[in-house]
Design a protein around this ligand. Structure first.
Ligand code: H79
Length: 415
C-alpha cells in the first residue's frame, strides 16, 4: 500500500523557504500588502541563502523523531527553489543553487522520505488570472489586467514544472499541492480543479511516480486530506463514512514563512499534545519551520525542535506506528495504541490516581513510558462504589492507575 510508510511515520517536517523569508513578515506578504512585482523583486535580488544547509535540516528532522520532510519548491509568489527551464525566477538564477536538489539528496541520505510542496497558485506568471487572493486585485482597473491572460498557457507551465520535479530528482515520496479555492469572493472568481486540469495533473503524477502520495488540494480526491492549522475532533471519514488518511499541518507561530517579529511561538508541550492528539485520531502531524533570510533554522525554532526531540526519544513508541484506540479516554488526556500496547498521554497530571473506564481486567501491566517504572493498578469493586475511598459514579470495570504525586519531568507524561 502506497501510504504505509506515511501511516507509520505519523510525524513530519514542513519547511517554507523562499524570497519571502528575506521580507521576514509572512509568506503571503505580497498579497497582504498588495506589493507590485517590482516592489517584491528586491527580496529576490537579495536572496542569498548562505546558511541554507539541507543536511542540517534533514538531520534536525531525524533528531526530532520525524519520518519525512517536505520543502516548498515554489510558493504562491512564483519563486522556485529549483532549476526550471520554464522560468528565470529561481534560486538557480539568483544564487546559482538548486536548493531542491540539495534538499532531496540530504533527506534521502538521512533515510527519511522525500516530500515536495508545489503551489498551484502563481501570482507572478503573466497568464495566471487575477482572482480574490491575487496581489493585484485592488489595482485601478484590476479587471482589465485579465485581458490577454490565458489560464490554458498557465496550465502548461504548471504541468511542465511538476514534470520537471517528478523526473529530475529521482524518487519523490510525497507531493503537497496548494491550493484550490473555487468559491467567489468580493466579486472576484476563485480557482477550481478545472483551472489546474487536475485530472491530467494527477494522472501524470501517477505515471511518473507511481508510489508517491498526493494530497487533496487539487480539488479532487487523492491520497490524503490536509486540515490546515486546526485539529480535527474525531478520526476523519468521507461522505460515505470511509476512513480518510489525514495530516494536520501546523505552524510554530502562525506564519509558515519566517516572520521575524512574530513571537507567538507555541510551546513544545502544546506541540507534543497536538501530535499525540493527531495520532489518537489516526492522523499525522506535519510541523513547519520557516528558515530565516539566510536559510538557517531560527534559534527559537531549533530550541522548540530540540525539546520535542528529547520527548520523542523516550516516547517514540507511543507515536511512530501508533494510531487510534477504541476506548474512551479519561478527561486528562488521549489514548494511542500500537499493537496490543495502549498509551495514555496525560495533558494534565491528576492527584494520585487516574481512572480509566472499561479497562478493568484488560490491562496486565502499567508503567510510565519515560522511565519504564511500574504503576500500581486496582479495579474498582462495584460493592465499594458508595464508599468514600472510591470516586462515585465510576462504571464497573474501571481501572484505577496509581500515580506518583510528582509529575514526571517530561513535556507530556505517557503511561
Ligand atoms: O503554504 C502555507 C500557506 O501559505 C498556504 N498553505 C500553507 C501550507 C495557505 N495559506 N492560506 N491558506 C493556505 C488558506 C487555505 C486554506 C484551504 Fe483548505 C486549503 C482551503 C481549502 C484548501 C484547509 C483545508 C482549509 C480547508 C481545507
Amino acid at each position: 500500500m502506497r501510504q504505509e510508510w506515511f501511516d507509520e511515520a505519523r510525524f513530519g517536517m514542513f519547511a517554507h523557504f523562499g524570497v519571502y523569508s528575506v521580507a521576514a513578515r509572512h509568506e503571503w506578504v505580497q498579497s497582504y500588502e498588495r506589493l507590485t512585482d517590482e516592489e517584491y523583486r528586491q527580496y529576490a535580488d537579495h536572496f542569498d541563502p548562505d546558511r541554507f544547509d539541507a543536511r542540517a535540516i534533514a538531520r534536525r528532522a531525524k533528531e526530532t523523531g520525524m519520518g519525512y520532510v517536505v520543502l516548498t519548491t515554489k510558493h504562491h509568489d512564483g519563486f522556485c527553489l529549483f532549476d526550471s527551464a520554464l522560468t528565470d525566477f529561481t534560486s538557480q538564477h539568483t544564487c546559482g543553487r538548486d536548493l531542491v536538489r540539495e534538499f532531496v539528496d540530504a533527506v534521502r541520505a538521512e533515510g527519511l522520505e522525500v516530500g515536495l510542496y508545489h503551489s498551484l497558485i502563481d501570482w507572478r506568471h503573466p497568464d495566471f488570472t487575477v482572482d480574490w487572493n491575487h496581489p493585484r486585485r485592488d489595482d485601478e482597473n484590476a479587471a482589465a489586467l485579465n485581458e490577454g491572460r490565458d489560464m490554458a498557457r498557465y496550465r502548461e507551465h504548471l504541468h511542465g514544472q511538476v514534470q520537471e520535479l517528478l523526473t529530475q530528482y529521482g524518487q519523490i515520496d510525497y507531493l503537497f499541492f496548494d491550493f484550490t479555492y473555487p468559491e467567489e469572493r468580493d466579486g472576484w472568481a476563485g480557482k477550481g480543479p478545472e483551472d489546474w486540469n487536475a485530472d491530467d495533473l494527477l494522472a501524470m503524477c501517477r505515471e511518473l511516480q507511481p508510489d508517491m502520495l498526493v494530497n487533496d488540494r487539487l480539488g479532487i480526491p487523492a491520497d490524503f486530506v490536509t486540515p490546515e492549522q486546526y485539529q480535527p475532533t474525531a478520526p476523519l471519514v468521507d461522505a460515505n463514512g470511509v476512513p480518510q488518511v489525514w495530516e494536520a499541518c501546523q505552524t510554530l507561530n502562525g506564519s509558515w514563512g519566517y516572520h521575524r517579529d512574530n513571537t507567538d511561538q507555541k510551546s513544545p508541550a502544546l506541540l507534543v499534545q497536538m501530535l499525540a492528539d493527531s495520532v489518537s485520531m489516526d492522523g499525522n502531524m506535519l510541523l513547519n519551520i520557516g528558515p530565516d533570510g539566510r536559510g538557517a533554522i531560527a534559534p527559537r525554532d531549533a530550541r522548540t525542535l530540540d525539546a520535542i526531540g528529547e520527548w520523542m526519544l523516550l516516547h517514540r513508541d507511543a507515536i511512530v506506528g501508533a494510531g487510534h484506540a477504541e476506548f474512551t479516554p479519561p478527561r486528562e488526556g488521549v489514548y494511542t495504541r500500537r499493537g496490543d500496547r495502549l498509551y495514555l498521554h496525560l495533558f494534565s497530571w491528576p492527584l494520585g490516581f487516574v481512572h480509566l473506564p472499561d479497562l478493568g481486567g484488560k490491562v496486565s501491566f502499567a508503567r510510565l513510558l519515560n522511565d519504564g517504572s511500574w504503576l500500581k493498578t486496582s479495579v474498582t469493586d462495584p460493592e465499594q462504589q458508595a464508599s468514600h475511598m472510591t470516586p462515585a459514579g465510576e462504571a464497573e470495570g474501571t481501572l484505577t492507575v496509581h500515580l506518583p504525586v510528582q509529575r514526571p519531568d517530561v513535556l507530556v507524561p505517557v503511561i
